[in-house]
Design a protein around this ligand. Structure first.
Ligand code: AP5
Length: 228
């Protein structure tokens, strides 16, 4: 099973991917998280991409596709893959199709998480992250137990550098120009599911998991029918 989550910055993709990957035993591949970890490590890749990320620009397609190809654990026992933040351009979408085809796989579902702009701004401006274990918090919606400290590793939480207002504006524009056109690409393939992402994280999870459950049960029925 291959599932993509698409949505503007702050839509809650990372939040949902964490819950869904645990619930369904799916390998999560979040390009933003992977790149941030590389930046913290000061690896060659991290140094290469840091400037793009700080300015809210997209990292070049060939770098991203290379990262995804390496990070998708092709031999894993999990049920499949959950992609967050990839693809983000038409070229990346075509490269993903090619990558999957080579391995006899295909995209099953693409969730388009829709959230109003004022709510996106509230979520981004209140987001806090742990710079050590990368867990996500929000100053109102998802508070840490002890003020500004990670619940798991006790590291002081920080605000992402690209969550500054002028950078967020740039990221939102890039989303509209580069990523939104992909919705049409997947709608034409009847893979797109629109999700109202304005509600609480639990409600959004319920909407998405209802579609995954019905997809799984449809597949299991058709597999049984084929075996008969
Ligand atoms: P990336 O990290 O992917 O950023 P993004 O797509 O802009 O998304 P965000 O991480 O900002 O938001 P999210 O939707 O995951 O929301 P979250 O769950 O955190 O990419 C960062 C950068 O990396 C890019 O700008 C680019 O430079 C580079 N990059 C990455 N992938 C690339 C690619 N494929 N090609 C080129 N460049 C790439 O939630 C936000 C906040 O809201 C949190 O505080 C959370 O607790 C809270 N929250 C979540 N859901 C809810 C809810 N339902 N109700 C209330 N609060 C909620």
């Amino acid at each position: 099973m291959v599932i993509l989550l698409i949505g503007p910055p702050g839509a809650g993709k990372g939040t949902q991917v964490d819950r869904l990957s645990q619930h369904y035993c799916l390998n999560k591949v979040g390009t933003g998280d992977i790149l941030r970890q590389e930046v913290v490590k000061r690896s060659e890749l991290g140094v290469k991409v840091e400037g793009y990320m700080k300015k809210g620009k997209l990292v070049p397609d060939d770098i991203i596709v290379d990262v995804v190809t390496r990070r998708m654990d092709w031999g894993s026992n999990c049920r499949g893959y959950l992609l967050d933040g990839f693809p983000r351009t038409k070229k990346q979408a075509q490269m993903l199709d090619h990558l999957l085809k080579e391995r006899g796989k295909k995209i099953d579902l693409v969730f388009n998480i829709e959230v109003s702009e004022p709510e996106l701004i509230r979520r981004i401006s209140g987001r806090r992250v742990c710079p050590k274990c990368f867990r996500l918090y929000h100053i109102d919606y998802n508070k840490p137990r002890v003020d500004e400290l990670c619940d798991y590793c006790r590291t002081p939480l920080i605000q992402r550098e690209d969550d500054r207002e002028e950078v967020v504006r740039k990221r939102l524009t890039l989303y509209r120009e580069e990523t939104k056109p992909l919705l049409q690409y997947y709608r034409r393939q009847s893979k797109l599911v629109d999700i109202n992402g304005n509600g609480r994280a639990e409600e959004v999870f319920r909407q998405i998991s209802a579609y995954i459950d019905s997809h799984l049960s449809y597949n299991s029925h058709s597999n049984k029918a084929e075996l008969k």
